[in-house]
Write a protein that binds this ligand. Structure first.
Ligand code: PLP
Length: 625
């Protein structure tokens, strides 16, 4: 448990059972309903679905929505806050229909709403949100069509707010509202001077491209007053970045926003809603620090900071406590998806045994390497390290100049591996290890090839060095012995996971188990529900993975509630504009030509064409026979 930090990042949803499988406990502490991920993988494969699979545990989504609402409710009660909390889910964080459907379902009892930043997102939001007491927040740049969609939602009884991002939107909204004879609900997006730490610090501060600066806010206020429409201004919104790791920035942003809110009230706007945007972070690496993939606060602390900021600023001025909105997307959906994949192969660092007698060689390279191996000792460890790397380089040079054969070079590299491993194990017992020797560990990692595409399923690992928890989902009663990095199956050297949290073997490798002949080895990448699915791309034409959603019952049983087949080969080809019908036609002609030329028989032609058809229908990932 220590090794993979599951108790640190698992938020009580993920644990290890006595037989060494990762289990899911979607109801958190106090409920014993726990299911083994390994059992689920077996069932998924029995149902005919191949790895990789995104597994969604729907109850975890329910638990996270509950956590947000109940924590705010508790803090509101504790502090005597007079307003209420209404969350919205920003669709951009995971737009998949099944996800939004599940959020609408679980969120209904809490009036959890949706946030849209574009026309397709708004249409999706209106069609999914059945609950008129929930808020619909429209951010982003809006054209006439976007505005009409939102105004029609207001007409149908929805609380659909337009958040003004640029001053130019005001006139267009007022004009369309007049035409459609509906009173718009307006908000302002403030550009705060507060800038948060983390990966998205540019979302806040003077250089942010979003929102109105203070003079633009004054212009908008004046325009609304001129048009006699200041009474439509009900909401202030800001967003200073996703995944804000430091609570200090959350509080600083909230305090600044409350001051703006106070001024808007002083200007005569009715207000009533303050929308703190996103930013509530997920502790991906379990370190509970202000590192970019973590957070140094709990959900409860976040809620206290928001509520207390309002009470400090507005309460003191006797301003009615507004309804609090947050657009927390990441924390809502991250926990409920796990990417599951099997390991296809390992490129192992373990060398072949040293033969009793070294092969004959016209120079003394191999003898020197053997002597270096025998001499490895703590007092001369730096020297052994220098020699190993020197002779490795010499072997490569001699090979280039035709002075040793491929087999002799292989033997030399094999001896180098033995030396490096001996140096590494010797250094483990030393207190002061020279820097060069410490770096040797990096040369010893195995490469585990996982059946997935980093670019499709974990794009933030590639794009922003995001850390996600990764670990085997079974065999956790056996000690893993191989330090490894994980490679995907794209032909891209960036397609690898080689950045791990502190509790791993070292920050560049994870300890994994040796593969067994008779058994698949499965890994899970956890907390992947936010952003990864839609930001993923078709690099090397690896498509969407299969998705399976389960619902766990209180008695510990579970049912598969939704299944979504991933892209087939013909799907991904059509995404890049191939005409699959024309391709089939061309292949038929090629095969026919091969028959005419006598390269293949008529029977072989039939088999080849069948194989082609099957290939087009197949999954883009590695399939078992
Ligand atoms: N609201 C807005 C306007 C955003 O741009 C974002 C994402 O960056 C969010 C909400 C979601 O933020 P988070 O994922 O931190 O919850």
């Amino acid at each position: 448990e220590e090794l993979y930090g599951i108790n640190k990042w698992g938020a009580d949803y993920f644990q290890i059972n006595p037989i060494g499988d990762v289990t899911v406990t979607p109801f958190g502490k106090g409920n014993n309903a726990r299911i083994s991920l390994y059992d689920i993988v077996q069932e998924i494969e029995e149902r005919g679905m191949s790895m990789p699979v995104i597994l969604r545990i729907e109850n975890i989504l329910g638990s996270q929505i509950k956590l947000l609402h109940e924590t705010f409710r508790k803090v509101i009660e504790d502090t005597g806050y007079q307003g209420q909390y209404k969350g919205v889910f920003p669709i951009k964080v995971n737009q998949q229909e099944q996800v939004i459907e599940a959020i609408a379902e679980f969120g209904r009892k809490y009036n959890h709403g949706l946030e849209a930043g574009s026309k397709p997102e708004l249409i999706a939001a209106i069609s999914m949100l059945q609950n008129r007491d929930a808020c619909l927040i429209c951010n982003g740049y809006k054209d006439e069509e976007f505005i009409d969609l939102g105004l029609n939602a207001v007409k149908m009884g929805y609380q659909c707010f337009f958040v003004i991002e640029v001053p130019g939107e005001v006139d267009l909204i007022l004009e369309r509202a007049k035409k459609l004879k509906v009173r718009p609900l307006l908000g302002l997006r403030g550009k705060l001077s507060t800038q948060a730490e983390g990966q998205w610090s540019e979302s806040g501060g003077d250089n942010s491209v979003f929102g109105l600066n203070v003079s633009q806010m004054v212009d908008v206020l004046d325009r609304l007053k001129e048009e006699n429409k200041l009474d439509c201004l009900k909401l202030l919104h800001y967003h200073i970045g996703s995944q804000i790791p430091n609570i200090r920035d959350i509080r600083a942003g909230a305090l600044e926003a409350c001051r703006i809110y106070e001024e808007l009230v002083n200007e005569g706007a009715p207000m009533g809603y303050i929308d703190f945007g996103g930013g509530l972070a997920v502790d991906y690496d379990g370190s509970n620090t202000n590192y970019h993939s973590s957070r140094n606060y709990s959900v409860e602390e976040y809620c206290y900071d928001v509520v207390e900021s309002i009470m400090n600023v507005l309460g003191k001025k006797g301003i009615t406590h507004p309804t609090i909105i947050t657009e927390s997307g990441r924390v809502t959906v991250a926990y409920y998806s796990v990417l599951l994949f099997n390991i296809l192969d390992v490129s192992s660092f373990i060398p072949h045994p040293i033969p009793d007698e070294l092969p004959k060689c016209s120079n003394d390279l191999l003898d020197n390497l053997l002597a270096t191996y025998k001499d490895v000792a703590p007092r001369s460890i730096q020297e052994s390290c220098n020699d190993a790397l020197f002779y490795r380089n010499q072997a490569r040079q001699l090979f280039k100049h035709g002075q040793i054969t491929l087999r002799q070079r292989a033997m030399a590299e094999n001896l180098v591996r033995h030396i490096l491993m001996k140096i590494s194990s010797t250094a483990r017992h030393m207190t002061h290890v020279p820097k060069d020797v410490q770096d040797i560990d990096k040369l010893l990692y195995d490469i585990y090839y996982g059946n997935f595409s980093l670019f499709q399923s974990l794009p933030d690992v590639w794009a922003i060095n995001q850390i996600f928890p990764v670990m085997p989902i079974h065999r956790l009663n056996e000690a893993p012995t191989r330090p490894a990095i994980i490679s995907d199956i794209t032909c891209d050297c960036d397609g690898k996971i080689d950045n791990f949290p502190d509790y791993s073997h070292d920050k560049n490798a994870i300890l994994l188990h040796d593969l067994k002949e008779s058994e698949e080895y499965y890994l899970g990448v956890f907390l992947v529900g936010a952003y990864q699915e839609t930001l993923g791309d078709l690099h090397n034409l690896f498509g969407d993975t299969n998705v399976v959603s389960i619902n766990v019952h209180l008695d510990g049983s579970y049912e598969v509630v939704r299944e979504l087949e991933g892209d087939s080969v013909s799907d991904v080809l059509s995404y890049v504009e191939y005409d699959v019908k024309a391709m089939k036609h061309r292949l038929k002609k090629i095969a026919e030509d091969a028959v005419q030329k006598g390269f293949i028989t008529g029977k072989e032609r039939k088999d080849i064409l069948n194989g082609f058809e099957e290939g087009l229908r197949g999954y883009t990932y590695f399939e078992k026979d």
